[in-house]
Design a protein around this ligand. Sequence first.
Ligand code: FE2
Length: 269
Amino acid sequence: MIDLHIHILPGIDDGSRDMEESLEMARCAAADGIKAVVATPHIMVGVYNNSKEKILDAVQTFRGQLQAQGIPLEVYPGAEYMLDPDIPLWLKEGRALTLYDGGKYLLVEFPAAEIPIYADQTFFEIALQGVTPIIAHPERNSKFMEDPDKLLSFIEKGALCQGTAGSFTGLFGSRARRLAVDYLLDGCYHFISSDAHGTDRRSPVLSEACRVAEGYSTGLGKLLTGDNPTRLLQGRSPVRPPTIEKPPPQGKLGFLSRLWRRKDTFPGK
Ligand SMILES: [Fe+2]
């Protein structure tokens, strides 16, 4: 598996606090079967002003430490951008850091409770420069929770989507989990990534979410945690995920099975 979204670089955002924690995250990722990660520290004006050079340097230092400790994990540079109308300008000036510094894909998050009015225009201007935006964890945005279809217009215009592994296992609550599964079945996700920030609650584990996806469709978990991230690192387009027929609502099934159980219990009535 390959993790395209992880806050593993030490001391530059709200992820790993120091090198010791970064190395522990790397051990945890490797133990879960993750062979490579794209380190994606936050870039948020006025909060996390990480420059491209700073991140590239931090990745080099971290690689050296991983090698010294004999931890089998490849690390590539990247960033998670808070959506900002200046991103196209940063790209034009060569200041923006795309995933694996490959110049093709940019990881973008929306504010947790907002779809900014400039989102469409900013995505359009990013795409004009040959860069594809990847929307990070839409299932955790309250506007998408209120109106899930709002995501479709971004996908129709060429944006890709990344779901967070913990969303599928209920780490962010039942609403986020339901929406994550709905988007998964609708074929909205091209990747599942950990978005890990440490080793405890939000840890670098993809295997559980992969199993959830495999439970809905054989091969789907492998596509989103392995094949598509691999293609991205090779500069190739990810495969469009399949859409999957939704299982019937559980509430109705539960009611029917209760009814049948009662008939079995009281055959004479
Ligand atoms: Fe993140």
